[in-house]
Ligand binder design. Structure first.
Ligand SMILES: [Zn+2]
Length: 402
């Protein structure tokens, strides 16, 4: 038996008056998702909980069968570090380090004007030269997304950091790192000092002078968030006795795969946006299944459309995912035995442009199991499915029919 999970990030939504009271999933043409719902079984899944961050990292760990209450260490830093091949010792702390644009004391842009990877690399290497020590390491990543590692048990992850995309237009001084307890105070002070001092050296760097001259936003400050320690996760293969692979454009998901021992399949045309190469992702998944029992395909585009509050883009992302990826996979699987599931990790409703706690619709079709009475895939119809409402952590067992 082959198992395929197709994860449309942030795909579910709420009824919109612009769509006559329907959701993007209800309006989109998606015959393949509907096929899975019609021939399989549906339900609603609780993938997030109110006492933890509403993040894709937590939601995807949950869906993959790993309880975040037990394993999560506080932020995305260690997951992204893993996807970049950075090894962490038990006491080390990894943080996401954004290159941002600061202007007149406010956070103008969380991405430093979507700075290019080449420019960013030079800036981060420069920062490493100036601020790096034996236990403070800067690692350049892609575009504005980089990693800071603190390698000493003097530091603590007991701090509160503001994700920069949540404080655009807000004052820097009101959003600095705060200690959650006395043990986090030195670390918070260090991070705030690095952040504020980075402005002085980055602002006048030739790369930024050049960007300014060309009328582009400068990447003139570092912003730290997503602090966490190494996660202690058992391997997916030991837990479920399946050889698996994961396909995603996003470092966060690739990092989860590294921790779980799932093979990370690179798809050169995967962008994490609406222009992603769906066909290539489908083909890589089909190929991955020849030698493996399980493949997890993550598609970021619907979430991005949700954050932008763009209804048309969200519908387009759903339709492309359905036709160009799921349809292609279903076609290739016509003969063999397989089980395929479709679901989002969380809702990113257009009306709020961010992640919410709403349970998500899921559908599972297996060539060797019967279906229920649900005829199409949507938030409303899946709510009438025979699985009812389930905890996210139960999903893998439902998929495997165990
Ligand atoms: Zn997500």
């Amino acid at each position: 038996m082959k198992y395929i999970v197709v994860l449309g990030d942030g795909m579910s939504d709420r009824p919109l008056k612009e769509l006559g009271g329907k959701t993007p999933l209800e309006v989109a043409k998606k015959p393949n998702m509907d096929f899975i719902a019609r021939n399989g079984r549906c339900g609603l899944l609780k993938t997030l909980s109110g006492d933890m961050p509403l993040g894709s990292d937590i939601a995807n760990l949950t869906i993959l069968g790993y309880n975040p209450k037990r394993y999560y260490t506080g932020g995305r830093g260690p997951l992204e570090a893993a996807s970049m091949g950075i090894k962490l010792d038990k006491e080390d702390i990894a943080l996401r380090c954004n290159l941002i644009t600061e202007k007149n004391g406010t956070l103008e842009d969380y991405s430093g004007g979507h700075i290019s990877t080449e420019e960013a690399k030079e800036l981060i290497n420069f920062v490493e030269e100036k601020f790096g020590t034996q236990d403070i390491e800067f690692h350049p990543g892609v575009s504005y997304r980089h990693i800071l590692v603190l390698r000493s048990d003097r530091y603590s992850a007991d701090i509160q950091c503001m994700p920069p995309h949540d404080i655009v237009g807000k004052k820097i001084v009101d959003n600095l790192v705060k200690p959650s307890s006395e043990s986090g105070r030195d670390t918070a002070d260090l991070l705030n000092r690095l952040s504020l001092e980075s402005k002085d050296i980055l602002e006048s760097h030739p790369i930024n002078l050049n960007r300014k001259k060309n009328g582009r936003l400068t990447a003139n400050m570092l912003w730290f968030w997503g602090a966490g320690k190494r996660l202690e996760l058992s391997k997916f293969k030991e837990k479920f006795r399946l050889n698996g692979a994961l396909i995603s454009a996003v470092d966060l998901l690739k990092g989860i795969a590294v921790y779980l021992g799932l093979d990370v399949i690179d798809v050169p045309g995967a962008t994490g946006y609406l222009d992603t190469d769906y066909e290539e992702k489908a083909d890589k998944a089909i190929e991955a299944l020849k030698k493996r029992d399980f493949v997890y395909i993550h598609v970021e585009a619907p979430d991005e459309a949700g954050h932008e509050g763009n209804i048309d883009k969200k519908i387009k992302a759903i339709e492309d995912l359905d036709k160009r990826l799921i349809g292609r996979i279903l076609n290739s699987l016509k003969s063999g035995e397989f089980t395929i599931a479709v679901l989002p990790d969380h809702a990113t409703p257009i009306e709020v442009c961010t992640h919410t706690l709403d349970p998500v619709p899921f559908a599972i079709y297996s060539t060797e199991r019967g279906g229920d009475s649900v005829k199409s895939y949507s938030e409303k119809s899946a709510g009438k499915g025979s699985y009812g409402i389930k905890e996210g952590i139960e999903f893998m067992n439902l998929l495997l029919g165990r």
